[in-house]
Design a protein around this ligand. Structure first.
Ligand code: URP
Ligand code: ZN
Ligand code: ZN
Ligand code: ZN
Length: 491
C-alpha cells in the first residue's frame, strides 16, 4: 500500500501510552501505528520527520462560543465559525464543540440546531459539533431530546445564573430526567444567580463600578453552593453531569467528594483559572475588563495550585478554553453600555463575561510544564472525546478507527521561546489575556484527517475554509447512570 502520510521518529503519546512509534495515514484515518523504524520501507506521498518531538492526538476543545447572539444583553461574539475554527487549528485544536443557544423566548431546540448548522456549514477549518444550550425547557423542547440524539447531539448546557438563561431547580430536574432517558450529558454553569445579583446591588449602591468588582460580585461561595446543588440534583435523578469552568478549589473539593462516592460527576477547568488572578481585573484603564469572565479569576497562587492539583488527580475530566470573545463597542438598543462616557473603564455589570483562548489553550498548558504529558493528552483531547461521544474517532490513535488528527510538537530545546502577542494569533479579537506570556511549546504541525492544516515554519495556516466537517456524536463512553431501574416509574 501507498500511504498518504507517514510521521516518523516521533515520541507518540496518548492518554495511556508513550512510545517510539511511526504513524501511517491513509484515507483520513490512522492506518497503522508501528514501532519506530519498522515502516522505513513504506511508500508514502509525504513523510514528516518529527525529530523526536511529541506526537499527540489533535486537541479537542469542548467549550467554545462562536457567533452567538447577545444573549446576556451585553455584546456579541467577536468570532464566527470561520475565524474561530481558524484559530483552533493554528493552536493545535482539530475539533471544537460550540453552543447552539436557545433564548427563553424560543421553544423548539431543533430549529436552533438547524440555524447553528447554517452558521457553521462550509466555513470551518476544524471539525466541529454542537452542545444545545437550553434556557427554556418547555414540553416541546424536552420532547425533542430524542431527536437531538439521532442528529448526533449528546450533550447540552444549562445555567444556574444570568437572568436571560437561568433555570430554577424544578426546571433543572426536568432537564436531568429527560437527559437521563436519552443518555445525554448535561453541562452545568454552577453559580448562584441570586447571590451574584445581591452582591452586584450592594456594590452599585456603594458606587463601586471598576472591572475588579466583577470578581467581588461573583464570590467563591456562589460557585461552591451551586456546584453542590447541581451535584445533589444529579445524584437525585442519577444521571451524569459535567460542571463547566470550575475556578475554585473549594468547588473542586465537592466534586471530588462526589466522585469518591462513585457518582458520575465530571468537571472542567480552563486556562484562565490556571494563569489569571483577580489582579488581572485591576489592570489600568480598560485592560482589566478584558479578563472579565464567569466565574472570575480567583485570588492567587493557592487557587492556581489547587486547580493544577485537580487536573493531576483526575477531579477535572477535561481542560477547555471557554473561548468567549466579545466586541466591546456594540450598541445595544442604540445605547453603548460597555464603554460609555459615564463608565470610561467599564461598569463591571455591563462588561460581557468571557475571554478568548481557543488558540492558546494547548501551547500555554504545555509551556507551563506542570502536567505529565499523558495527563495533558487526557484532559485536552482523549477525555473530551470520551465524555462527549467522539472517541475513538477523535482523541486517540487506534489503527483503522481514529481520524488522523495529529499534533507534532517541537523536540526538547528546539523551539525558540517566544513572547505571546495578540498579533500572532488568528482569532478575530484585538487582545489576548495572555499577552506577554513566555511560550516554550507550540504545535509545529497540526494535521486534520490526514491534511497538514498548520505548519508553523512553512506558511502557518494551510488548512482550507470548509474542510472542517460536522461530527455526529454518540452517547458518552464515560460512566453514566448507575442504576437504570430507579426511574422507571417516571419513564
Ligand atoms: O464568562 C464566561 N464564561 N462566558 C462564557 C459564557 C459561559 O458561561 O460559559
Ligand atoms: Zn458558563
Ligand atoms: Zn499561577
Ligand atoms: Zn462558556
Amino acid at each position: 500500500t501507498e500511504y498518504d502520510l507517514l510521521i516518523v521518529n516521533g515520541l507518540v503519546v496518548t492518554d495511556t501510552e508513550t512510545g517510539e512509534y511511526d504513524i501511517a495515514v491513509k484515507n483520513e484515518k490512522v492506518e497503522t501505528v508501528a514501532r519506530r523504524g519498522t515502516l522505513s520501507k513504506a511508500i508514502a506521498k509525504r513523510t514528516i520527520d518529527a525529530e523526536g518531538g511529541y506526537v499527540t492526538p489533535g486537541g479537542v476543545d469542548a467549550h467554545v462560543h462562536l457567533d452567538e447572539p447577545p444573549l446576556f444583553g451585553k455584546g456579541s461574539t467577536a468570532d464566527n465559525y470561520e475565524t474561530g475554527s481558524r484559530s483552533a487549528i493554528a493552536g493545535g485544536t482539530t475539533t471544537i464543540i460550540t453552543f447552539a443557544p436557545q433564548r427563553k423566548s424560543e421553544d423548539s431546540l431543533l430549529s436552533i440546531l438547524q440555524a447553528t448548522h447554517t452558521k457553521a456549514n462550509q466555513v470551518c477549518y476544524s471539525d466541529y459539533s454542537f452542545h444545545l444550550l437550553v434556557s427554556n425547557p418547555s414540553p416541546l423542547a424536552l420532547s425533542e431530546f430524542k431527536t437531538l440524539r439521532e442528529e448526533g447531539i449528546s450533550s447540552l448546557k444549562i445555567y444556574m445564573t444570568y437572568e436571560a438563561l437561568q433555570l430554577h431547580d424544578g426546571q433543572i430536574l426536568d432537564v436531568l430526567l429527560e437527559a437521563r432517558k436519552q443518555k445525554i450529558t448535561t453541562m452545568v454553569h454552577a453559580e448562584n444567580g441570586q447571590v451574584i445579583d445581591w452582591m452586584t446591588a450592594q456594590l452599585e449602591n456603594r458606587k463601586f463600578f471598576a472591572p475588579k468588582y466583577h470578581a467581588t460580585s461573583h464570590p467563591p461561595v456562589a460557585e461552591v453552593e451551586a456546584t453542590y446543588r447541581a451535584i445533589s440534583l444529579s445524584e437525585f435523578i442519577d444521571t451524569p453531569i459535567l460542571i463547566v469552568h470550575v475556578s475554585t478549589p473549594a468547588a473542586a473539593a465537592h466534586i471530588k467528594a462526589a466522585q469518591d462516592r462513585g457518582l458520575p460527576v465530571y468537571a472542567e477547568t480552563c486556562p484562565q483559572y490556571l494563569f489569571l488572578t483577580r489582579k488581572d481585573l485591576d489592570k489600568p484603564g480598560f485592560e482589566g475588563a478584558k479578563c472579565v469572565c464567569s466565574p472570575p479569576p480567583r485570588e492567587g497562587e493557592q487557587d492556581h495550585e489547587g486547580i493544577w492539583e485537580g487536573l493531576a488527580n483526575g477531579t477535572f475530566t477535561i481542560l477547555s478554553s471557554d473561548h468567549c470573545p466579545f466586541t466591546y463597542d456594540d450598541d445595544i438598543n442604540g445605547k453603548k453600555t460597555v464603554l460609555s462616557d459615564k463608565y470610561p473603564v467599564g461598569h463591571f455589570k455591563y462588561i460581557p463575561n468571557g475571554c478568548p483562548g481557543l488558540e492558546t489553550r494547548l501551547g500555554l498548558t504545555l509551556s507551563a510544564d506542570l502536567l505529565p504529558i499523558q495527563k495533558f493528552v487526557e484532559v485536552t483531547s482523549a477525555n473530551p472525546a470520551k465524555l462527549y461521544g467522539l472517541w475513538p474517532g477523535k482523541g486517540a490513535f487506534i489503527a483503522g478507527q481514529s481520524d488522523a488528527d495529529i499534533n507534532i510538537w517541537y523536540p526538547p530545546g528546539q523551539m525558540e521561546e517566544f513572547t505571546l502577542k495578540n498579533e500572532l494569533l488568528h482569532h478575530n479579537v484585538d487582545y489576548t489575556p495572555y499577552e506577554g506570556k513566555t511560550m516554550k511549546q507550540w504545535p509545529r504541525y497540526t494535521i486534520l484527517r490526514g491534511e497538514v492544516v498548520w505548519d508553523r515554519e512553512h506558511g502557518g495556516v494551510l488548512g482550507k475554509k470548509g474542510y472542517g466537517k460536522f461530527i455526529k456524536r454518540e452517547a458518552s463512553s464515560l460512566a453514566g447512570s448507575r442504576d437504570p431501574g430507579d426511574w422507571d416509574i417516571l419513564a
